[in-house]
Ligand binder design. Structure first.
Ligand code: PA5
Length: 424
């Protein structure tokens, strides 16, 4: 299970420490579904209410795609792609033999990026999973036009069998098109917002195509949510939520999420959206940023160690490394590294992590340590449950509605007007 270690932050706490009474109140309101945005808290039950038939449908679509295609093009933006990308890069950073490549498009408007993906796709057989809860988001809708056209050119009237739409059960343009064209459909539940949807078909279908054991993910998530229903300061979600809110009240306005695994990069992107969109409103909110260690110690390390003292650092680690890689012995020791010869790289990394932690604490950066058992389905599911629950608690503790995102509309309004969308 997820463990939180606050020992690197206690030194920065006021005597009273994190406010666990407020965490308890937030948890109560969340569980009773009596707080703001309660109509979007279906994610709490998502893994346990997923129907056997739905999971079967996801697995059979994934098997179909894996059996006939060399690639899956996932079209979606924000909560409609970050979780799946985070999972796939964390758990399957390199496709195994027989695994289709998974491309993510529709998460921007760059013509060069689109062209690069089309080039990489080449003449390979492929399927498309277009994901949009609203069905009206510009970026995925534009990308879908390209890839739908490509499928029709390649497969003619059979193109429709290569399109899988994940969208609302009854509303939106994508749903209307899917029903009219007869595309296979999966549902984004109405009571789950995009950034909390990774454990629905939104995340599970691309993950299953990539070869991730989604049944294990769902089962581990059920266990994790039930373990984290614990109403006590022993709950890791309470510890994390209460510590970050306490530090925020003491002037630590920016949180950097760090990990020593490069494969964690898109999990950090997923986390940034989850926390940024949930908490940054009404003029308040911790700014979520991320760094990759040790690489960024050589670029951002100076700022973290010595810049304005407004940073708190959350370091995610995995208890077990997947591989064992001893440092080689060098005849004559020309590079002076034989003092490390035979030592496992995971051990060197652990020592580096402890050294960085001590340095940053002494430089005035509170450290929150989050550890997951391993970089596998269980570790992923536990991290998702932990970060989602902590985010909701933290949002309620700060007094905001953690489930809306009114600020996202401002740019869309301007953009549609400037692009000349009819009716704007
Ligand atoms: O969390 C959210 O609600 C957003 O990030 C959405 O997921 C994102 O804007 C995409 O929306 P949609 O799925 O409606 O295309």
């Amino acid at each position: 299970m997820i463990k939180v270690d606050l020992s690197g932050a206690t030194h920065f706490f006021e005597a009273a420490g994190p406010d666990y009474a407020s965490a308890a109140a937030a948890h109560r309101v969340l569980a009773e579904k009596s707080g703001p945005g309660a109509e979007f808290t279906g994610w709490l039950e998502l893994p346990r209410r997923i129907k056997k038939t739905e999971l079967k449908g996801i697995l059979s679509a994934a098997a179909k795609i894996r059996g006939r295609s060399k690639a899956l093009v996932v079209i979606g933006i924000g909560g409609s792609y970050l979780g799946a990308r985070g999972a796939i890069e964390l758990l399957r950073p390199l496709p195994g033999s027989g695994d289709p490549r998974v491309f993510f498009v529709g998460n921007g408007l760059s013509p060069d990026y689109l062209t690069d993906i089309l080039t990489q796709l080449g003449d390979d057989d492929f399927d498309v999973n277009v994901i949009s809860k609203s069905g009206t988001t510009l970026e995925p809708a534009v990308a879908f036009r390209f890839f739908r056209g490509l499928l029709e050119k390649k497969y003619g009237s059979a193109a429709k069998r290569h399109i899988f739409a994940t969208t609302d059960s009854s509303r939106g343009v994508l749903r209307t098109m899917a029903d009219a064209e007869g595309w296979e459909c999966f549902v984004v539940p109405g009571d789950v917002g995009g950034r909390y949807s990774v454990l629905s078909a939104v995340g599970l279908l691309p993950m299953a195509v990539a070869g991730i054991d989604v049944k294990a993910v769902v089962n581990c998530a059920i266990d994790a949510f039930s373990a984290m229903d614990l109403r006590s300061p022993e709950n890791p979600a309470w510890q994390y939520a209460a510590a970050r809110q306490h530090l925020y009240s003491r002037g630590y306005k920016i949180e950097i999420l760090a990990c020593y695994e490069p494969s964690f990069r898109f999990m950090a992107e997923w986390w940034k959206q989850l926390y940024g969109e949930s908490e940054g409103k009404n003029g308040i909110g911790i700014f979520p940023a991320s760094v990759e260690y040790t690489a960024d110690l050589h670029s951002m390390g100076q700022y973290i160690q010595d810049g304005p003292r407004t940073l708190m650092e959350t370091v995610v680690s995995f208890e077990k490394a997947r591989t064992s890689v001893p440092v080689p012995f060098g005849m004559g020791d020309p590079d002076g590294l034989n003092y490390l010869a035979g030592r496992d790289l995971a051990d060197v990394c652990r020592v580096a992590r402890d050294a960085v932690k001590a340095a940053h604490i002494s430089g005035g950066v509170p450290n929150l340590a989050v550890s997951a058992p391993a970089r596998d389905e269980q570790g992923f599911a536990e991290l998702v449950a932990f970060f989602e629950l902590s985010c909701a608690l933290s949002g309620y503790m700060s007094g905001v509605n953690p489930f809306d995102q009114p600020g996202v509309e401002a740019y869309k309004k301007n953009m549609f007007k400037m692009l000349g969308k009819p009716g704007t």
